[in-house]
Design a protein around this ligand. Sequence first.
Ligand code: SF4
Length: 313
Amino acid sequence: MVELIPIKSIKDIPFDENLFPGTPACAGCGGLLALRHCLKVLGKDIVIVNAAGCFTLLSIYPFTPFKNSWLYTAMACAPAGAQGIRDALDILIKKGKLDPKEDLKVVVLTGDGAAYDIGLASTSGAINRNLDFYYICYDNEAYGNTGFQWSGATPLASKTGTTQPGRLSPSGAEFFKKDLFEIWRSHKPPYLATISPSHPVDLHNKFKKAEQYKGPKLFINLSPCPPGWATEPSHSTILAKLAVDTGIWALKEAIYGDIKHTHIQKKFKSIEEYLKEQGRFTHLFKPQRQESVINKIQERVNKYWHSVQEYTK
Ligand code: SF4
């Protein structure tokens, strides 16, 4: 395996862009910010297999912001689409009809609705078959382009289109979000990571590292979503950083199941700083402060970090 030399600063990030500006995505979309960096590392010799979601609106004929090829699939079956493309490329190479130097990387791009819920079975099958592909999930913690309805990625107490705080459920969403990282990790894929648009150097190095492995390479990006999170579009990167600084979004990777945290802080900010910034959690503070719910969220974050070896050392 070639020794990887990680980049150290944003000055080392490639200047070339593989995602053109002027897309129909919302201003300040955290998913798009991260995707721009992902494509800088992946390059343009890729095929994106895009599960239905916000980002299928990026390419609407005859316009596209991508330099690469792109295929649209239903929410449930992007990894199956990726399998078809990988097989077709492999067959062409085997028959001598495609120079291996012109091979393309296959990249699934999905929102959390497909990743956490509707497409999970298809993803599990693809990981189990050791399909050689990248999988990028832009996780905005709800079904974004249909009205921000609850998904398996929605965090406890978030207001969504289907979890409006009211008399019966004053705190909004009633469950903690699914731990998709752990669901994937149980399959022991070669590479798995969480990323954030606020940490592009970390993101870049993770994609570079993943390049060394053949098989499933999975990335979950916490994606601030101004219309759904009720935040200022100009605050998306600040908010993504707050998620890391409060410890609610752990930056980590797992190689064949072995976890390493790539960003550890000595002292985390209070979770309240993150919640207060977002309109989807306003009901936790007004008209009455919901202390027990805020504590429950903080305790969950504390419990997580106390179980992390690198943190407790
Ligand atoms: S709804 Fe949210 S995730 Fe979808 S494009 Fe807009 S900001 Fe991005």
